[in-house]
Design a protein around this ligand. Structure first.
Ligand code: IMP
Ligand code: MG
Length: 179
């Protein structure tokens, strides 16, 4: 294990088992529909790819890059759209796929934006939820795992653009980011 990690939080097997459950939940909810799955980059990339492949319902894919970090572990509270969606969401059943809901600022902004653009429905699936850190009152419709007030990396999640490529999720040592 990397010396910057405290411990493994979720193994690859634990993650993949939950991905299957989330896919089943989505399949039940969207049977007979043609939803648009939106990946919030870069953090959700791994979860997004695994989730849409585990689903049986045919989905279209689109991508949006959001950047919210002022410093390395504290959300600035003003998420910026770095890259917008390619397609219109008007009249579409949108499934927004997030890595983690922390302060909630990002999700709040994205809901406002996509519902404002005329999405027919807006469903949020997140891999991780940090409810203890919420600043705005918002919740995902489906959350795979809850995490405490700790900084985690891997499976899409980064610290300073590192560790996104890991197939598992680890807790970063506090001394790494509390300097
Ligand atoms: P927000 O504070 O809910 O707006 O979360 C914004 C973004 O911060 C998330 O989508 C993640 O990309 C990132 N983030 C929040 N907590 C963590 C963490 O523990 N590790 C890595 N990224 C995180
Ligand atoms: Mg994110």
């Amino acid at each position: 294990m990397n010396e910057n990690f405290d411990r493994i939080f979720l193994t690859e097997d634990q993650i993949q088992a939950k991905v299957k459950e989330a896919a089943k939940w989505l399949d039940e909810r969207f049977a007979g529909k043609q939803p648009l799955a939106v990946s919030v980059l870069k953090g959700s990339v791994m979860f997004f790819c695994d989730l849409v492949r585990a689903m049986h319902t045919p989905v279209q894919l689109d991508f949006m890059t959001i950047s919210s970090y002022g410093s390395s572990t504290q959300s600035s509270g003003v998420p910026k759209i770095v890259m917008d969606l390619a397609a219109s969401v008007e009249g579409r059943d949108v499934i927004l796929i997030e890595d983690i809901v922390d302060s909630g600022h990002t999700l709040y902004k994205l809901r406002d934006l996509l519902v404002g653009r005329g999405a027919k429905s807006f469903t949020v699936v997140t891999l991780l939820d940090k409810p203890s850190r919420r600043k705005v009152d918002i919740k995902a419709d489906y959350s795979c795992f809850e995490v405490g007030d700790e900084f985690i990396v891997g499976y899409g999640l980064d610290y300073d653009q590192q560790y996104r490529d890991l197939p598992y999720i680890a807790i970063l040592k506090r001394e790494v980011y509390e300097k």
